[in-house]
Write a protein of this length. Structure first.
Lengths: 604, 249
């Protein structure tokens, strides 16, 4: 009896111990989740570690920073709940860096109408999802925003997500720490005077709105600059997007702005690409449209050439609408357009912070930047974005978008026979230093719109003209469509993409010497391209890739055969590289097992 | 402690002498290579391309597949640990030795875990060596991925041994073990469609989440180590109870 009782007791004791252990394990994990938030990112990209720039920004706090997180507590969608968990965890980690100076509180907008109204008044943008109850699906919202308060000022992050939280948070804290909001000028081509163009092509409102979140954006009027209005001193940098027919006085205003230390981003586009027809701006005989900055850029050492690039290697994958005869409509056709080069991460200059951190960048009908006849003495030029070496300049500016494969082949053949003109062309250049002024004879007189252009010698005034007066920086890019809003024909130019917005942010931060924010925003996986077996084989055979241009049909066939051979060679090399190491391991294992079996038999 | 080491060495020697271990390792090495080079990871909201398709020197496909592969290979390696002992009648003999049940359990777990670690290293390092030769591989991320996989393997081994202790047939032990670990892996797939509270709990319970959300991305998190350690302890104690139950039957 005693033995049976002991057995039964031992059995029950065992199960109770196991059950208790499960309960203890659950509690230990819950406590660990709350108090043991210790982690170390040992990857090279450091995507999940707080960057040194963010730590430095938070280290400059010397007063209380209050964070009010507006987060909907009861969310019915599991994936959104996990997202909230990650955001809460990141906020706690960021707040922990600030020590006692950072206080976090959470407000649930769903519990009361006043909390909801407060969240909406801050411009919070909730996540929307479908919520099912029985057979009905209704729309539901989940708020996840943040209000930061510091010394009577506040910044709002209307919609949080874990991937951009650190960059947005650091930027917001930085703006709170600085005494004033910095001012950016915007001089763009509004298309307002051309109803046809403005209907087809968007302006730059999205790009301006994006900059407006972090800076004060002041629109500059080209007509007023031409009439003699100066650029306000409080503007530190100007974005010039598709300058068109600027008067001499306006160019002078920009020149003197640079002489005072102001910084410029100039995006040139001398053609608004027509849809299946002539270009909307620029004449039919391919005369390039004047930007009004030709003299300025030539003097500074970065003239933009009146041609487009035809890059067969970096050609961007685009979609065009091709009309179907008799069908009264069109269909989307995928095309690779060499006039629209596309860049990936790591394909820009690795030393210049904006291109080093660049994601995807799609340019449309890009114009190359030519060599200066003589770079000014005090100016340093760095070309930060190049086409591939298999690039030709077009014969003048294109006046029509490539819309069919036949058109693509025809244009390729027309440019490709000029082997002497095939090379890499710069599409973006950074100029730094003290810039000479081209207005050596004096300041041009203000433009009188009632009189118009006289055609005679330029009248000058006796106002002082600054020349190489202060250090400055100018960035010249041979395309402005990458900044454009999506418009009617999205297939022609899809418009500003997310990576383009970040690239613009980085460029402006660099112009304003905000390297800290670039370092925080640059947290994306580094490009780690694999060895290009095909490119190596093509080079060994002396041929180019599929877009390679041949001079004659016979040569095209010979090149095609060489390309096929190169592909086979590349395939074999790839197979060898892939299979040798695991094959060696498997062979070694089999050998070791056979040896061990033989040894065992021998011993026995 | 010394007794545990003796059990460990004995079990490890027996495992390497068995063709199951060799076949499992060969299958794992071949599968990992095929998945990385040609298939990628097509499951889930963000599918990962195969190595050449993606064109990037990364082993993220390998580490993403490992929780599922281990859910089937670990039961294969551990199915005979207790089941075969029972079937062959050597379990009673084992209990006549001056060994405590817990020592035998820990010894068997250690030997299975060692075998799985060897499998992980032999299956992953050659791939890392290959990809590292073809591009700039992030070795920090590889290290974190391997450490996470080893932690996951420890927990899987403890649970799979419990399943082996439930039956005297190896096939049954394998099927039950694969079912249990497979269900645990699949919890993560249910998370997007479940209500919030349940989703968070299941995500915390799922072992794969503790690898894919951290170690597979190059992050070593102490909370994951606590989670795996607690699973191992629970598994070993449960295993001991199951074996002791027969002893006292």
């Amino acid at each position: 009896m005693a033995r049976i009782l002991t057995k039964r007791w031992a059995r029950w004791n065992g199960w109770l111990t196991a059950l208790l252990l499960v309960v203890v394990a659950v509690q230990v994990n819950r406590l660990a989740g709350r108090f043991l938030a210790l982690r170390q990112d040992i990857s090279q990209d450091q995507l999940y570690a707080i960057s040194p720039a963010t730590r430095a920004i938070l280290g400059r706090l010397d007063d209380q920073l209050t964070l009010d997180a507006y987060i909907t507590d009861r969310v019915e969608l599991g994936s959104l709940a996990l997202l909230q968990g990650r955001v809460r965890s990141q906020l706690a980690e960021l707040a922990g860096l600030g020590g006692d100076l950072v206080r976090v509180s959470e407000v649930d907008p769903s519990v009361s109408s006043s909390a909801l109204n407060t969240a909406n008044s801050f411009g919070m943008r909730p996540y929307q999802y479908g919520q099912s109850s029985g057979t009905r699906v209704s729309a539901a919202v989940a708020y996840m925003g943040l209000v930061l308060r510091y010394r009577g000022r506040e910044e709002v992050l209307p919609q949080l997500n874990p991937w951009t939280l650190e960059a947005e948070f650091a930027g917001a804290v930085r703006r709170l720490l600085s005494d004033r909001r910095r001012v950016i000028g915007w001089l763009g081509d509004p298309l307002a005077d051309d109803p046809k163009a403005s209907a087809m092509f968007g302006g730059f409102s999205i790009a301006q709105a994006r900059l407006g979140v972090r800076y004060e954006v002041q629109a500059l009027d080209a007509a007023r600059l031409a009439a003699g209005s100066p650029i306000p001193d409080r503007i530190e940098a100007i974005v010039v997007a598709r300058p068109r027919e600027l008067q001499l006085r306006a160019a002078f205003a920009l020149d003197q702005f640079v002489q005072r230390g102001g910084r410029l981003l100039i995006c040139i586009d001398q053609v608004l690409m027509g849809w299946g027809g002539q270009s909307l701006h620029g004449s039919s005989n391919r005369e390039p449209e004047r930007t009004g900055l030709e003299r300025l850029l030539a003097t500074w050492g970065a003239p933009v050439l009146p041609v487009h690039v035809w890059d067969v290697e970096l050609a961007g994958a685009v979609q065009r609408v091709v009309s179907v005869p008799g069908a009264g409509g069109g269909r989307l056709v995928p095309l690779v357009d060499p006039a629209c080069p596309r860049y990936g991460p790591g394909q820009g200059d690795g030393q210049w912070p904006p291109t080093a951190a660049m994601g995807q960048l799609q340019l449309y009908w890009a114009q190359p930047i030519g060599e200066a006849q003589a770079l000014p003495a005090g100016v340093k030029r760095t070309d930060v974005l190049h086409t591939s070496a298999r690039t030709w300049p077009t014969e003048g500016l294109l006046d029509q978008a490539v819309s069919t494969p036949d058109m693509l082949d025809s244009l390729s053949m027309s440019f490709g026979h000029r082997a002497d003109r095939k090379r890499a062309w710069p599409l973006a250049a950074v100029l730094e230093g003290r810039f000479p002024t081209p207005f050596t004879r004096g300041a041009p007189a203000p433009f009188d719109a009632t009189l118009g252009e006289s055609g005679g010698p330029v009248k000058v005034t006796d106002e002082p003209v600054l020349d190489a007066a202060a250090d400055s920086a100018v960035i010249v890019i041979g395309d402005s469509d990458w900044l454009r809003d999506p418009a009617q024909y999205k297939e022609l130019i899809p418009g500003i993409e997310p990576d383009h917005g970040r690239f613009l942010d980085d460029i402006v931060d660099w112009l304003l010497r905000d390297d800290e924010l670039i370092a925080v925003r640059a947290k994306k996986p580094r490009s780690r391209p694999l060895h290009d077996f095909e490119g190596q084989a093509y080079d060994e055979e002396g041929v180019g890739g599929p877009q390679d241009v041949a001079d004659s049909r016979g040569e095209a066939e010979a090149r095609s055969a060489l390309r096929a051979k190169a592909k086979r060679t590349a395939g074999l090399r790839r197979l060898r590289a892939m299979l040798v190491p695991p094959g060696v391991v498997m062979f070694g294992l089999v050998l070791v097992s056979l040896f061990a079996a033989a040894w065992g038999r021998r011993k026995s | 402690m010394l007794r545990i080491v003796h059990v460990w060495r004995r079990e490890l020697g027996a495992s390497f002498g068995s063709p199951v271990a060799l076949v499992s390792i060969l299958v794992f090495v071949a599968l990992q290579a095929a998945l990385l080079y040609w298939i990628g990871y097509p499951v889930g909201p963000v599918p990962l391309p195969a190595l050449w398709e993606g064109g990037q020197a990364t082993l993220s496909v390998t580490f993403t597949w490992q929780p599922l592969l281990l859910a089937f290979l670990v039961p294969a390696l551990s199915m005979g640990a207790w089941a075969e002992e029972r079937r062959a009648g050597t379990e009673e003999l084992l209990f006549t030795y001056p060994l405590r049940t817990f020592e035998v359990v820990v010894g068997k777990w250690l030997s299975t875990w060692t075998l799985v670690i060897a499998m992980l290293v032999l299956g992953t390092l050659p791939l890392a060596w290959t990809v590292g030769g073809l591009g700039d591989l992030d070795w920090g991320a590889v290290t974190a991925g391997l450490v996470g996989a080893c932690g996951l393997a420890a927990a899987y081994c403890a649970l799979a041994l419990c399943c082996s202790a439930l039956s005297s047939e190896q096939l049954v032990a394998f099927l039950v073990g694969a079912l249990v670990l497979g269900v645990l892996w699949a919890l993560r797939l249910l998370v997007p469609v479940l209500p919030a509270e349940l989703a968070e709990r299941l995500n915390t319970l799922c072992p794969a989440s503790h690898v894919l959300d951290s170690a597979a991305r190059g992050v070593l998190d102490l909370r994951d180590a606590v989670y795996f350690a607690s699973l191992v302890v629970v598994g070993l104690v449960l295993n001991t109870v199951l074996v002791e139950r027969r002893r006292w039957a």
